[in-house]
Design a protein. Structure first.
Length: 118
């Protein structure tokens, strides 16, 4: 199941992790989690020039994390929270794998300790 999920969503996960790897993009997403915002409003706190912010927004949009709309000369961005679902699924699967491994390690250590007590 995990292998087929990974094969099916590998590119999508790569885009998501790449988009979230940058602190500026994470900051933009944090702002958008509160409310949709104009590009100029998102650019202000970053201290970056507008073309640089537009490149960051392009990465976020390519990953499906934001949607943009244009009304005249004003471009507005909005968060697409469900875009994180594939990442959440993958992380949950990884957590389950590691919890199972740790449970087996714990059982092994307990067995070794019981054997050494005999």
């Amino acid at each position: 199941m995990i292998v087929s999920y990974m094969a099916k969503h590998y590119h999508e996960l790569s885009l998501l992790f790449h988009a979230l790897a940058d602190p500026t993009r994470r900051s933009i997403l944090t702002s958008l989690a509160e409310k949709a915002a104009r590009v100029t409003d998102l650019a202000g706190p970053t201290g970056l020039k507008l073309p640089t912010v537009m490149r960051h927004l392009s990465v976020l949009e390519e990953a499906g994390l934001i949607s943009t709309s244009k009304d005249g000369r004003i471009r507005t961005c909005a968060l697409v929270p469900e875009a994180l679902d594939p990442m959440r699924t993958w992380l949950d699967e990884q957590r389950a794998i590691w919890e199972a491994r740790l449970d087996r390690l714990d059982a092994f250590v307990m067995d070794v300790m019981k054997e050494s007590d005999k």
